[in-house]
Design a protein around this ligand. Structure first.
Ligand code: HEM
Length: 386
């Protein structure tokens, strides 16, 4: 289910509401100007809300924008285009620095005005505009639902910015640092090689220096490895697509990892809906799938079963990795895709973040569903290119 469909279903918005709002439009439209005027008068009366606006011309322009907005609220068409426009309007408010809590009061202002309008207008005229079977109370319900949708999308805009920054800020900091340390690290490596050569040339017992040099080299390589992983992560993922057989791909992965699976006492079962071919970057996706598989094995320290379900649909391919391990708390689920978040000793916390980036480069999505004690399911959706 896409996000807009999910929001609609959550607030209980149905086609019935869409039809009703459209039929109400001629009844409520004559009141739009008053609604808008009241809206801005109230906002301007509040010092902090007023502070978001830059001047009277802007407010004049916004009065028109809000009337257009109201017209589309009662426009009867609530499709993906509607959702996109609303998301854009939401972003405008984040960008002007409006704090999210203002949205609740503002939407309530609009809501209350429509409740009053619908109650004030003679019951008969509302009933006429609606179908015989609809009572005026149901009109209010439909207005409530569409405004709930509007409010949800507004709040969602703040969430989206937060989520984006949650990923982008650590990535930007880490990349900056990785660039800074790359040259000094290489220089240390070079100096170490020179030192080793000099020591070998001198009459020094190798037992004295070799263990030290070796320890330093190992640590250096570890930091250099991490550094290049970070720099790799910062690069855009370039994908090269070609037709691939996903069943074959999973059989190959299973063969290549059979020893690891056996060692962990894990059975891997592949369930497929039939022959599945997809235009994708086979190598990059293999990296994603191996990462998810390894995670699943690690989530089951006592062993268990991993089921990989591959489902070819018209819109794309869904691959689920289902383990029967310990599951995750909601707080953990919220963090696992974060860069550098790891619960494993020696883990870098880059694997899942890069897996998601690769899937998104295919215009797809990578999500997780999990409950403590009930195992975890990672779902990869890869759309078919149009
Ligand atoms: C129910 C709540 C609200 C709705 C439906 C709404 C609607 C809109 C719309 C349709 C736009 C035009 C966006 C565009 O096409 O570029 C807009 C912009 C804006 N809104 Fe709101 N708004 C709401 C709440 C608020 C509140 C509470 C404030 C301030 C306290 C506010 C301040 C602004 C500002 C500053 C802009 C940017 C204007 C510009 O581009 O110069 N809005 N709003």
């Amino acid at each position: 289910m896409n996000l807009f469909a999910e929001i609609k279903s959550y607030v209980g918005f149905q086609q019935l509401d869409a039809d009703r709002l459209l039929r109400l439009q001629p009844v409520v439209e004559p009141h739009f100007e008053d609604v808008v005027n009241e809206f801005y008068d109230r906002l301007m009366a509040h010092p902090r809300a007023r502070g978001v606006f830059v001047g009277p011309e802007q407010i004049e322009r916004l009065r028109q924008s809000l009337q257009d907005w109201l017209r589309s609220v009662f426009g009867g068409v609530y499709d993906q285009q509607y959702f996109k426009t609303r998301q854009r309007i939401g972003r405008v408010h984040v960008e002007v620095g409006l704090m999210p809590h203002f949205m609740f009061g503002a939407m309530n202002l609009i809501r209350n005005q429509f409740v009053e309008i619908l109650l004030d207008i003679e019951e008969e005229s509302v009933r006429e505009a609606l179908e015989e079977k609809d009572a005026p109370g149901q009109a209010v319900q439909s207005v409530d639902r569409i405004l709930d949708i509007e409010l949800t999308i507004m709040v969602q805009s703040y969430w989206n910015v937060l989520m984006k920054q949650k990923l982008e800020i650590p990535a930007a900091l880490a990349t900056g640092l990785a660039h800074e340390v790359r040259n000094p690290l290489n220089s240390i490596g070079l100096q170490m090689t020179l030192l080793e050569r000099k020591l070998r040339g001198a009459e020094v017992d190798s037992d004295v220096y070799e263990p030290v040099l070796e320890a330093v080299q190992i640590e250096l390589q570890r930091i250099q490895g991490l550094n290049s992983e970070i720099l790799d992560f910062a690069k855009p993922v370039d994908i090269e697509v070609a037709p691939a057989d996903l069943n074959e791909l999973f059989e190959e992965i299973q063969r290549a990892h059979q020893l690891t699976l056996d060692a962990g006492g894990v059975d891997m079962e592949i369930e497929t809906s039939g022959e599945i071919r997809l235009e994708c970057d086979r190598d990059r996706l293999t990296q994603v799938f191996i990462n998810l598989l390894t995670n699943a094995v690690e989530a089951m320290p006592e062993g268990g079963t991993i089921t990989v379900k591959i489902d070819g649909r018209e819109s794309g391919v869904v691959v689920e990795f289902i383990d029967d391990g310990q599951g995750m708390s909601p707080a953990l689920k919220y963090q696992i895709f974060d860069l550098f978040y790891t619960t494993k000793a020696g883990g870098t916390g880059i694997g899942l973040a890069i897996a998601r980036k690769i899937v998104e480069a295919h215009q797809g999505s990578l999500d997780v569903m999990s409950r403590p004690g009930e195992g975890t399911t990672f779902t990869v959706f890869l759309p078919r290119p149009h």
